[in-house]
Write a protein that binds this ligand. Structure first.
Ligand SMILES: NC(=O)c1ccc[n+]([C@@H]2O[C@H](COP(=O)([O-])OP(=O)(O)OC[C@H]3O[C@@H](n4cnc5c(N)ncnc54)[C@H](OP(=O)(O)O)[C@@H]3O)[C@@H](O)[C@H]2O)c1
Length: 274
C-alpha cells in the first residue's frame, strides 16, 4: 500500500477526507495526485504539496493524473461518473484499481464503460471519514482480484472501518451507515428541542445532550457490553427511565426505524432504475 500511486479524480468533501486520512497515515505525498473542476481548488491542493490539476484549466486533467496510478478514487457526483470513466477509458493501466464512491452507480454501469479493466470497485463511505471515524461499505466486481480488494480496503481503512459486502447489500448499507449521520443528527435535534422545552438554555441543552451521547458511546465501547444491558442498568423498575422507554415502545420507535430504512432502500432502487 505504501508504494502505490493513488489518484483522486474529484477531490471534494469525500475525496479530501480520504486523501487527508492517507496523508495522516503516512502515505507519501509524492505518490498522491488529484483533480478538481475549479483551478482555485486545485491550487489549494498544490499549496499543500499535492500534485493537482483542474479540469477548467487542463481539459485532460483526469486522464493525466490517473494515467499511471495504481488506485484511482473517483469522487465526482454520481451523474458525472460515466463521463469521467469515459475520459479514463484507454488512458489508465489495465490493472489499475478503479474505485467509485458514488451513490447509486452500479458496478455493471462502470464495467460497461471500462470494459478492459477487471478491478472495479464500488464503495459507500460516510462523513465521519472526515474525522477518521468513517465506515465504508465496499463491493467489488466479480472480475476484481483479491489484491485489488485488499488495496481498496486498506485505502478506506485510513479513514475508519471497512466492511466488504456483496453489491446486493450496498443499498441497505447506504441506508444504515451512509445516511446514518443524518439519523443521528435528527435524533440530536429532537432531543435538544425537548430539553429546551423543559426550560434549559440552548447552550445547556446542547451540553446535556451531546455530552450524554458522546459519553454513552464511549461507555458502550469501553465496557464491550450490549446496549440493551447498559440500558437495563440505568432503568430501575417503576422509575422514570422505564417510563421513557415504555413511551418509545408504545410509539413503535422500532417500527419507525424499520420504515425509514425500507423507504431509503426503495428510493435507492428507484434512483438506480431511473
Ligand atoms: N458527502 C457524503 O456524505 C457522501 C457519502 C457517500 C458517498 N458520497 C459520494 O461521493 C461523491 C462525491 O461527493 P462529495 O460530497 O465529496 O461532493 P463534492 O464535495 O461536490 O466533490 C466533488 C468533487 O468533484 C470535482 N469535480 C467536479 N467535476 C469534475 C470533473 N469533471 N473532473 C474532476 N473533478 C470534478 C469537484 O471540483 P470543484 O471542487 O473544483 O468543484 C469536487 O472536488 C459523490 O458521488 C457522492 O455520491 C458522498
Amino acid at each position: 500500500m505504501d508504494n502505490l500511486r493513488i489518484a483522486f479524480i474529484g477531490t471534494g468533501s469525500m475525496g479530501s477526507a480520504v486523501l487527508d486520512g492517507l496523508l495522516a497515515a503516512g502515505h507519501p505525498k509524492s505518490l498522491i495526485s488529484a483533480t478538481t473542476k475549479t483551478e482555485a481548488k486545485a491550487k489549494a491542493l498544490r499549496d499543500r504539496g499535492i500534485s493537482a490539476l483542474a479540469g477548467e484549466t487542463s481539459p485532460d486533467a483526469n486522464a493525466l493524473m490517473a494515467g499511471d496510478a495504481d488506485l484511482i478514487v473517483i469522487g465526482v457526483k454520481p451523474y458525472q461518473i460515466v463521463d469521467v470513466l469515459t475520459e479514463l477509458k484507454g488512458e489508465i493501466g489495465k490493472n489499475a484499481v478503479v474505485i467509485s464512491m458514488a451513490a447509486g452507480i452500479q458496478l455493471s454501469t462502470m464495467a460497461a464503460v471500462l470494459d478492459e479493466n477487471p478491478n472495479i470497485i464500488r464503495t459507500m463511505p460516510n462523513t465521519p471519514a472526515l474525522v477518521g471515524k468513517g465506515v465504508t461499505g465496499l463491493a467489488a466486481a466479480s472480475s476484481a482480484s483479491q489484491d485489488a480488494i485488499a488495496a481498496a480496503s486498506a485505502l478506506f481503512e485510513a479513514v475508519g472501518s471497512v466492511l466488504v459486502i456483496p453489491e446486493s447489500q450496498i443499498d441497505a448499507l447506504s441506508a444504515v451507515s451512509g445516511s446514518g449521520p443524518a439519523w443521528v443528527y435528527y435524533i440530536i435535534e429532537q432531543w435538544e428541542k425537548v430539553a429546551i422545552a423543559q426550560g434549559f438554555s440552548e447552550q445547556d441543552a446542547k451540553l446535556l445532550v451531546r455530552q450524554t451521547l458522546a459519553g454513552s458511546v464511549e461507555l458502550l465501547e469501553s465496557t464491550g457490553e450490549e446496549p440493551s444491558e447498559l440500558r437495563r442498568k440505568v432503568t430501575s423498575p417503576g422509575g422514570t427511565t422505564e417510563r421513557i422507554i415504555a413511551t418509545m415502545q408504545q410509539a413503535d420507535l422500532h417500527g419507525i426505524f424499520a420504515q425509514s430504512l425500507n423507504a431509503a432502500v426503495a428510493r435507492a432502487r428507484e434512483i438506480a432504475n431511473s
